[in-house]
Ligand binder design. Structure first.
Ligand code: CP
Length: 312
């Protein structure tokens, strides 16, 4: 596997993460630094996406590189039965970097193992979404001025939500306290609670999204209940609308509280929250562009030297 691949957030140290945040901050001020001239990047999306694909592609375009790929696997030869291995080996003949989203957990690792070209995991099933995590960390850093010692409340689909799984793992470097708010059907899986135990991370579980939880949070991370992960649609219908954040619920929240959501949202954040200054999810998506510019440069071993003197 190319060591510059980003398959899991666990592959990054605390220093790596702070370095990526510094580089993202640099790109926020210099989004059109044409540092990728002559590079070609593939975006292979076997699952739907708006933000991840478009922000990665914008990142490449603004940095002066070129993009190939597909946003719908039905238009690729995988629809004729070509294996993922063969697809990756073919695409590797053409590009310097592969960015891939796939519905199967472990697909990104497998892809990275069958090619020498670096691979960035843009989401693999319910497993990991490391570039989302890096933009989440950048958003938390920008709004809180630190990543250390924060109380983070995760709400909604904690069972299938790859964004919360990746964020939880990343935060092990920053002494967090987690609150997990979910119904019994969508609780945080045991493996992640075990991960917390092993890494000395404090957490508590709640079925009630109560004022006591909201008013003592620095970050509330809302998530969508993902219909596409359910095999039984009746099970989805039962749980899909259990947690909705409304503006009135924020009246006694901390001044520094920010509401994050990886998006897309369905019903879990009422529209009346959007105008609250604590709503940060659209800015969070914008931060994805700069963070992904940093991740692309890192994967390609390209160093915009100037960022090292940059203060986020
Ligand atoms: N947050 C996120 O992954 O959004 P998309 O599915 O639109 O890429």
């Amino acid at each position: 596997m190319n060591t510059d691949s980003l398959v899991t957030i666990d592959g990054l140290t605390r220093e790596d993460m702070l370095d990526i945040i510094r580089m993202a901050s640099y790109f926020e001020e210099h989004p059109n630094h044409r540092i990728l001239e002559g590079k070609v990047v593939a975006t292979l999306f076997f699952e739907p996406s708006t933000r991840t694909r478009l922000s990665f592609e914008t990142a490449v375009n603004r940095l002066g590189g070129r993009i190939i790929g597909f946003s719908d696997a039905a238009t690729s030869s995988s629809s004729k039965g070509e294996t993922l291995k063969d697809t990756i080996k073919m695409v590797s003949n053409y590009v310097d970097l592969i960015i891939m989203r796939h519905y199967l957990e472990g697909a990104a690792r497998y892809a990275a193992e069958v090619t020498d070209v670096p691979v960035i995991n843009a989401g693999d099933g319910a497993n990991q979404h490391p570039s989302q995590t890096m933009l989440d960390l950048y958003s938390i850093y920008k709004t809180q001025g630190t990543l250390d010692g924060l109380t983070i409340t995760m709400v909604g689909d904690l069972k299938y939500g790859r964004t919360v799984h990746s964020l939880l793992m990343a935060m092990r470097h920053f002494n967090p306290t987690f609150r997990f708010v979910a119904c019994n059907e969508l609780r945080m899986p045991d493996e992640y609670k075990l991960f917390c135990d092993k890494n000395g991370i404090r957490y508590s579980e709640h079925t009630d999204f109560s004022p006591a939880v909201i008013d003592t949070s620095d970050i509330i991370y809302m998530t969508r209940v993902q219909r596409e992960r359910f095999t039984d649609i009746m099970e989805y219908e039962k749980v899909k609308d259990l947690y909705t954040l409304r503006n009135s619920m924020l009246d006694s929240s901390r001044p520094n509280l920010r509401i994050l959501h990886p998006l897309p949202r369905v019903n879990e954040i009422a529209y009346d929250v959007d105008d609250n200054p604590k709503a940060y999810y659209f800015d969070q998506a914008r931060n994805g562009l700069f963070t992904r510019q940093a991740l692309i440069c890192r994967a390609l071993g390209i160093d915009p030297l100037a960022y090292k003197n940059h203060r986020p």
